[in-house]
Design a protein around this ligand. Structure first.
Ligand code: NAD
Length: 686
C-alpha cells in the first residue's frame, strides 16, 4: 500500500506487522544526493516517533540499492539546511527501531554505508557491495571507515577500501558483511527480520583481523599499510588519510572516530588530487557524447575478423574473445601463427592462474579464435580490424581485398597508428563503413581505444565503433583523422621536449626519474621511447620529411647503432635479461656522451642543473599546447577527451587530472593559442 503523499525520490510502503519499507527511487542509481537525503531524514524521524513501526526496511528501485553520494555534490559543500548521507545515517543510528537493508542490485559508497548503519543486511546473489571512494581521491565519509573495520576486522576493511573494488554478494556473505543471500524475493526475506533486536555495528570494537602480534599489533599494521601505498604527494594522498581513519576506528570510541572521519573526508574533498580524479570521472562520462552525431542504432557485432597475427592483431583478437565475440585471424606466415597461438593460450592460462576465469571458460574463449589464410573466410563477419604492417600500400591492398570478401554491411577498421583513414577508405567502395580503431599495446591490457572518424565514416559506423568499445570494456575516445590522432600526435611533442632537455645536458635517467617518481607518470619519456621502439620514431620522422625529434638526430644515430630500444637490448637505456626480465632501464653513459657530443657539434647551450620543477614544466607544457591545438582543430572533441587519452593510453597520473586539467588547475599555464574549443563541434579532418 503506497502512501500518496510520499515524496518523489523516496517511497514508503506499509508492509504490515510494524514493518515500514523505504524504497530509494532516483534513477539511474538512487544516488543519495542532498535532495534525496532531505526527503529521507524527516521520513526516518517520523518513523522513529511512530510507535506502530518496529522495523524499517531499506531497499532500492531501478536494479540498484544506491550508488552512493551524488558526485556533483562534492563541489557544493552542504549549507545549514542541507541534508547529507551522514545526516541520514545519524538519524538511523539514533532511532530505536530495527533497520534492515534489503537489496537486489549494488550498494556502493554511501549506499553501502547506509546498509552498514542497519542492523541486518540481506541481498540477492547478483548484488555487490563496495566503497569505491578512493578512486575519486576520497575516503568513505559516512561511517564506512568506522563501521567496516568493526564488522570484518581492520585489515580486511582496509584492503577493501584501499582497492575500492566491488565484492559479490556470496563473497560478502562469507566475509560476514551480509547476513543472508536471498534466493527469492529480497523484501519477503527481509520481513523475517521484523522486530529482531537492534545490533548496531557502532557498538562493536574493531579487531585488527591479523594474527596475534601482541602489544605492537596496531602500530605495526598501520605502519605496514602506510608503506604499501604510494607516497602522499604522488598519488597516495587519499590512501594515507584512509589509513588514518581506520586507525581511529581501532583506537577510538565510535563517536570520536566518526568525527575524525569527517575531518579527514573534508580535507580530501578540498584536495587537488580529488578534484583531478573527479574531473576524470566526469570526463569519462562525456566521451560517448558526440555533438552533432545523429542518433542511430549501432550494428550488432556478433563475429569479427582480424588481419595480421602480430603483436597488435593477437592482442585485439584476445580482446574480442574475452568479450565473447568469436574471431577469425587472417595471417599468411606460419611462424607468426605459432607465436600468436602461444600468446593467446599463455594469456588465457594466466587468467586462469589468477582466478579470473575458469579453465572451461578460458578454453572456450581461446578456441573462439581461429586462424585462416584466405580472406573468403571473412564472408560473414560483422567487423574486421586490420593490424598489418604500418605501410599505406600494404593497408590499401588489404582493404581492397576486404571490400571484395566481406558482406557489404560489414565494418572495416584499421588499427593504424598514424596513417590517413580517408586514404585507406578510398581503397574500398564503402568508405562510410570504414573507421580507425586504434588500440594500444598490449591491446588486451591497455584500456584506451581511439575511435577515428574519417571524412566519410557514417554516423552508424561511428556509433557502432563507440558501442563496440564499451562492449570490449575499453575507454573509447572519438578522434578526428589527423597524423598521430590525439595520443601519438601529443606523444611526439612530449618526446621531442624530453630529447631537447637531454641535449641541454640533463641525463635521460634523471628526466625519467623526475617524470615517473616525482610527477607520477607510469614510465618516463625515454623508457616509453625504448618500449615503443626507436626505429618506429625514426620511421615516423622520416615519413614526416626527416625532421628529428628534438634538434639533433640522436634517435637516427641510435638506430644506426642497432639500438632500437627494449627489443634489441639497448636504446636510450641498456636492458639486461638478468635485470628485471630485461625490462628494467639501466642508464648508459655512452648514450649520454653521444648526446653531449652531438649537442656540442650543433652548438646547443648546456643547462644541466635545471630543477625538477623545470623538467616537469618543460615536459608537460608541450602536451597542453598540442592538446589545446587538437581541441581547436576539432580533432579532439573536448579538453577532457585529451586528458582521458593520456591517462588511459600513456600513463599520465590521474591524480593530476590529465595534461589539460593539470595545465589549467595546477600549473596555471595557458596553452599557446588558448584552449577555446573548435567553433563548430563537428569534427574536422586534417
Ligand atoms: P607486427 O609486425 O607485430 O604484425 C604485423 C603482422 O601482420 C605480421 O604478423 C605480418 O605477418 C602480418 N601481415 C602483414 N601483411 C599482411 C597481409 N597482407 N595479410 C595478412 N597478414 C599480414 O606489427 P604490430 O606492431 O602488430 O602493428 C600492426 C599495426 O598496428 C600497425 O599499423 C601499427 O602501426 C599498429 N599499432 C601498433 C602498436 C604497437 O605498439 N605495436 C600500437 C598501436 C597500433
Amino acid at each position: 500500500m503506497s502512501n500518496s503523499n510520499t515524496p518523489q525520490r523516496v517511497k514508503t510502503t506499509d508492509l504490515g506487522d510494524g514493518v515500514l519499507l523505504i524504497t530509494l527511487d532516483s534513477p539511474p542509481v538512487n544516488a543519495l544526493g542532498y535532495a534525496l537525503c532531505g526527503e529521507l531524514v524527516p521520513l526516518l524521524e517520523a518513523a522513529a516517533a511512530d510507535p506502530a513501526v518496529t522495523t524499517v526496511v531499506f531497499t532500492g528501485a531501478n536494479g540498484f540499492f544506491s550508488g552512493g553520494a551524488d558526485v556533483n555534490d562534492f563541489s557544493t559543500p552542504p549549507t545549514g539546511d542541507t541534508k547529507t548521507v551522514r545526516d541520514v545515517i545519524e538519524t538511523v543510528e539514533k532511532s530505536d527501531k530495527t533497520f534492515v537493508a534489503a537489496f537486489d542490485g549494488s550498494a556502493l559508497g554511501g549506499g553501502f554505508e547506509l546498509a552498514l548503519a542497519c542492523d541486518y543486511r540481506i541481498a540477492t546473489a547478483k548484488s555487490r557491495v563496495g566503497l569505491p571512494e578512493i578512486k575519486l581521491g576520497l575516503l568513505p565519509g559516512a561511517g564506512g571507515t568506522q563501521r567496516l573495520p568493526r564488522l570484518i576486522g581492520a585489515n580486511d576493511a582496509l584492503q577493501m577500501m584501499l582497492k575500492g573494488d566491488m565484492m559479490k554478494a556470496p563473497d560478502a556473505l562469507a566475509k560476514g558483511i551480509l547476513d543472508e543471500v536471498a534466493s527469492g524475493d529480497v523484501i519477503e526475506a527481509a520481513k523475517k527480520y521484523a522486530g529482531k533486536p537492534k545490533r548496531r555495528i557502532s557498538e562493536k570494537k574493531a579487531e585488527l583481523g591479523v594474527a596475534n602480534l601482541g602489544l605492537f599489533a596496531t602500530p605495526f599494521v598501520v605502519a605496514q599499510a602506510h608503506m604499501m601505498v604510494p607516497p602522499e604527494e604522488n598519488g597516495g594522498f587519499a590512501a594515507h588519510k584512509l589509513i588514518d581513519a581506520v586507525q581511529a576506528a581501532i583506537e577510538l570510541p565510535f563517536e570520536r572516530g566518526w568525527a575524525r572521519e569527517l575531518r579527514l573526508f573534508m580535507e580530501l574533498v578540498q584536495s587537488t588530487p580529488s578534484a583531478a580524479l573527479r574531473h576524470v570521472f566526469f570526463a569519462e562520462r562525456e566521451l560517448s557524447k558526440v555533438p552533432g552525431l545523429p542518433k542511430t542504432e549501432p550494428i550488432e557485432i556478433k563475429t569479427a575478423g582480424v588481419i595480421g597475427a602480430g603483436t597488435m592483431g593477437t592482442g585485439i583478437a584476445i580482446v574480442f574473445a574475452e568479450a565473447g565475440i568469436p574471431v577469425t585471424i587472417i595471417e599468411t606466415k606460419d611462424e607468426a601463427v605459432e607465436k600468436s597461438r602461444e600468446m593467446i593460450f599463455g594469456t588465457f592460462k594466466y587468467n586462469v592462474d589468477k582466478g579470473r576465469l575458469t579453465q572451461e571458460d578460458a578454453w572456450k574463449r581461446a578456441n573462439s579464435i581461429s586462424f585462416e589464410t584466405d580472406y573468403a573466410e571473412l564472408g560473414d563477419v560483422d567487423i574486421v580490424v586490420e593490424a598489418v604492417f604500418e605501410s599505406m600500400p600494404v593497408k590499401k591492398d588489404v582493404f581492397a581485398k576486404l571490400d571484395a570478401a566481406t558482406k557489404p554491411e560489414a565494418i572495416l577498421a584499421s588499427n593504424t597508428s598514424t596513417l590517413d583513414i580517408d586514404e585507406i577508405a578510398s581503397a574500398t567502395k564503402r568508405p562510410g563503413n570504414v573507421l580507425g580503431l586504434h588500440f594500444f599495446a598490449p591491446a588486451n591490457i591497455m584500456k584506451l581505444l581511439e575511435v577515428v572518424r574519417g571524412k566519410e565514416t557514417s554516423p552508424q559506423t561511428l556509433t557502432t565503433g563507440i558501442a563496440l568499445g564499451k562492449k570490449l570494456r575499453k575507454v573509447a575516445v572519438v578522434s578526428g583523422n589527423a597524423f598521430g590522432f590525439i595520443g601519438n600526435r601529443m606523444l611526439f611533442e612530449y618526446e621531442a621536449q624530453a630529447v631537447q632537455l637531454a641535449e641541454e645536458g640533463v641525463s635521460p635517467a634523471r628526466i625519467d626519474q623526475v617524470i615517473k617518481e616525482k610527477f607520477g607518470f607510469a614510465m618516463g619519456p625515454f623508457a616509453v621511447a625504448d618500449l615503443s621502439g626507436l626505429d618506429v620514431y625514426n620511421f615516423i620522422s622520416q615519413s614526416q620529411g626527416g625532421s628529428p625529434l628534438g634538434r639533433i638526430l640522436i634517435i637516427a644515430k641510435l638506430v644506426e647503432q642497432g639500438r632500437l630500444g627494449q627489443k634489441s637490448g639497448a636504446g636510450f637505456f641498456k636492458y639486461d635479461k638478468a635485470v628485471g626480465k630485461g625490462r628494467q632501464a639501466i642508464p648508459d653513459p655512452e648514450v649520454e656522451q653521444l648526446i653531449a657530443q652531438l649537442a656540442k657539434e650543433a652548438g646547443i647551450p648546456q643547462n644541466p642543473n635545471v630543477s625538477d620543477e623545470e623538467i616537469i614544466a618543460r615536459c608537460t607544457r608541450p602536451l597542453a599546447d598540442s592538446g589545446a591545438e587538437l581541441v581547436r582543430n576539432g580533432i579532439a572533441l573536448r579538453p577532457g577527451d585529451v586528458d582521458i587519452v593520456w591517462i588511459y593510453g600513456y600513463g599520465f597520473p590521474p591524480h593530476h587530472g590529465g595534461p589539460m586539467w593539470y595545465a589549467e588547475n595546477e600549473a596555471h599555464y595557458t596553452p599557446k593559442g588558448g584552449t577555446a574549443a573548435a567553433e563548430t563541434k563537428e569534427l574536422t579532418h586534417a
